[in-house]
Design a protein around this ligand. Sequence first.
Ligand SMILES: [Zn+2]
Length: 279
Amino acid sequence: MAKRTLKKRRQKPVTSPYCKPSTSRIHQQGLFASKRIPADTEIIPYVGEKVSKKEGDRRAIDLADAREGTGDASVYMFILDDNYDIDGNVPHNTARLINHSCDPNCEAQIIDDEIWIVALRDIAKGAELTFDYGFDLEHFEDHPCRCGSDLCVGYIVAREYWPDLEEKLAAKKSAQAAKKKKKKKTATRKKKQAAKKAKAPTAKKATKKSAKSRKKAASKPVRKKPAKKTKSPATKKAVKATKKAVKASKKKKKTPARSKTRPKANKKKARPKSKKRSR
Ligand SMILES: [Zn+2]
């Protein structure tokens, strides 16, 4: 077993003439176009360990648990077919560095039983490669998105869930606003009460104490409001844009694929494995 692991570690990282790793402004390391990449180019294979569905499920849950609360949103598990998943969490899988974007320029496709990162559009030299991680809404707050695109919805969530996300964010916002209002009222009342007490000279000591406890009470329930929330108003626009984009891409997909060096049997979109927990 130890030997096997050692062998795996020594495997050379997968390289591609189209891209190379570099520091990303989205998240840690990313992959960047080393030259102009025409649309539909198969850029780099997404390699890894072929595992059974059962093992794939187990690993996906483990990974999701391990990164819970860390903000880490790496995707490594892909559905290959009905029987197998690909665990891309191996050092030589260079494509695992690709970050998520709400407006991705690549997608993962299954081509002849391999997963490939394919260009969705022409990509300029130096641009960061991205794909949609396809996360569902569960624990979306654990995965803020920093893709920086105009369409960014603030969280790493698959496009199909954007309308639901918008609803959730709106509901949360109004709930938060209501709470804040209530708190403000309470605080004002307490302040008035304290001011009354302070006027009585004999209550000096007690006032001090109550002032202290007041401070504590006031500071405790203040919710830490994440800065990322500011992005939510853009969601509606983004969703509209997405629908357009999806329509456009659907249209685009109908056009026959250009002749390529690789045979194209069995081409379909590869889906990252959902990380649903059973509990
Ligand atoms: Zn984003």
